[in-house]
Write a protein that binds this ligand. Structure first.
Ligand code: PLP
Length: 498
């Protein structure tokens, strides 16, 4: 008797006259594959067996005289190359290059104590460092809002943690349904679809547009986010890039396309790195004139702009004129996840065709419950948005008064221009180590090389005292590192600061 055992055997008769029985056996420590072959079996059937291979072979060869087996021993040839060195050197090379360019990313390990935001603890090997967060995209501090955290606790007690499946296979909870209703209402659309992140929402939406709209051409703003760029690229459809926020350039590009051709203008409302805001009205006008669909990413605007927090389109009264809006639940709403909202046909098409939506476990129901509470809360609390805008404008004015080169931003984002990756990193480290102020340096690839910034994101929870502390600390760091003040740039360069 041979010393092997059948670990997993599946006897499967395929359509037609051939079938195979694959027996995976352990012989000593080696894995062998044995195949039973049949060439003339007239019926279709599947057997699952779990027995020793001797028994299996005896049983099935008896059962069918046409059945025989052949053994395929896997031969391992000795490879002349040191496998692990070969691969690890390639990864090491890339990391070294990133380090040499001064853009190696070191994650901070933070404890954002509930109720203390924007204060937090930076956990370092040397001990706990109390810091003030000035770069969080928890723009309104909703991650610690007591109503939101209570809704999350209630949901976990009621339903546990996981969704238990994809949306189609048991993963749709009452919270997902309610959240989608709430988001559709927020955007004044028929429908909304929740995803695991804003990134996925953009990818999924573009994936569907690429599949449904024959020969579609995407017209994409030059500063679009990676998720939009990757989403368009993945469709393998034509993509024309127009200059950032330049509707004249966009029109030139639209003019060259047939009016009958499918086209989608893809842009953001608020650009998160330089804080610019799109000329939405002009883009809509062009979309109507040249028969294009509009897709706006309001990731850095939802919760923060408009009477109910639906974004810049709401603020401008343009919600009905935009075809598709995508958003995140991970920034101003303080939780995680993303979504798309549009008319029924579009959302239903995404739901039915986007593979990164269909084949992924749905958002946890407790996160959906938290998001639901946050969206509802912000709909009825415009005073949070007002305070947010006030804090942002106060910081901008104070930085300007000190001659710090803060970029001209029409939004809540306050980018301080450094223009060098190593200096940017050094300035950030100085702020953290000497002033307990945390502002992450923003380097390539998040911004183009040479446009490195310290990106300040104010919140309504930052006090006047914290603001003064921030501005004074930045001034000291600029002086000690001899960084260029606004007045040291040429008139042309200064235009972007005004
Ligand atoms: C413009 C834009 N769209 C989409 C995303 C992705 O959103 P999420 O963080 O929810 O994946 C981001 C993330 O920063 C973003 O800046």
């Amino acid at each position: 008797m041979m010393q092997y055992r059948v670990l997993n055997a599946e006897f499967q008769i395929n359509i037609g006259y051939t079938f195979q029985l694959n027996l995976y056996m352990r012989v000593g420590i080696n894995l062998h594959q044995k195949t039973l072959q049949h060439t003339k079996c007239p019926f279709l059937k599947t057997f699952n067996i779990n027995m020793t291979s001797e028994q299996a072979i005896t049983k099935y060869t008896k059962f069918c005289p046409y059945l025989h087996y052949k053994e395929m021993k896997s031969e391992t040839k000795k490879c002349p190359i040191d496998h692990s060195q070969f691969y690890s050197n390639q990864f090491k090379g890339v990391i070294q290059q990133i380090k040499d360019e001064g853009r190696y990313r070191e994650f901070k390990s933070l404890l954002r104590t509930n109720g203390e935001f924007p204060r937090a603890i930076n956990k370092t090997p040397a001990g706990d460092q109390p810091i003030t967060l000035w770069c969080s995209n928890d723009y309104l501090g909703m991650s610690q809002n007591p109503m939101v955290t209570q809704a999350t606790k209630n949901a976990i007690d009621l339903t546990g943690i996981g969704a238990g499946g994809t949306r189609n296979i048991g993963g749709t909870s009452i919270y997902h349904v309610e959240l989608e209703r709430e988001l559709a209402d927020l955007h004044r659309k028929d429908s909304a679809l929740v995803m695991n992140s804003g990134y996925v929402a953009n990818m999924a939406t573009l994936d569907t547009l690429g599949k449904v709209l024959k020969d579609v051409t995407f017209l994409s703003d030059a500063k679009n986010h990676a998720s939009l760029i990757e989403g368009m690229r993945a469709t393998k459809k034509d993509r024309i890039i127009f200059k950032h926020n330049d509707y004249q350039d966009l029109e030139q590009k639209l003019k060259q396309l047939d009016i009958q051709q499918n086209k989608v203008i893809v842009f953001e409302s608020v650009y998160s790195m330089n804080g610019t805001v799109a000329p939405i009205q002009q883009f809509i006008n062009l979309a109507k004139k040249y028969n294009a669909l509009t897709l706006i990413d309001e990731v850095h605007a939802v919760g923060m702009y408009g009477e109910r927090g639906a974004g810049v389109t709401e603020k401008l009264g343009l919600q009905k004129d935009i075809d598709i809006v995508t958003g995140t639940l991970g920034k101003a709403f303080g939780c995680s996840g993303g979504y798309v909202s549009a008319n029924t046909e579009i959302v239903d098409s995404i739901r039915s065709t986007a593979s990164n939506f269909i084949f992924s476990t749905s958002m946890s129901p407790i996160i959906a419950a938290a998001c639901l509470e946050s969206v509802k809360y912000l709909k009825t609390h415009p005073e949070i948005r007002e305070r947010h805008q006030y804090v942002a404008s106060l910081i901008k004015a104070k930085l300007k008064s000190k001659g710090i080169p803060a970029l001209n931003s029409a939004s809540h984002i306050v980018p301080v221009f450094i223009g060098d990756p190593l200096l940017c990193k050094e300035a950030s480290e100085k702020l953290l180590n000497e002033y307990n102020i945390y502002i992450q340096p923003i380097n390539y690839p998040t911004v183009p090389r040479g446009q490195e910034i310290l990106r300040i994101s104010p919140t309504p929870l930052h006090t006047e005292e914290m603001i003064d502390e921030l501005v004074d600390s930045i001034e000291c760091v600029f002086k000690s590192l001899n960084l260029k003040m606004e007045s040291q740039y040429t008139a042309e360069q200064r235009a972007i600061f005004q």
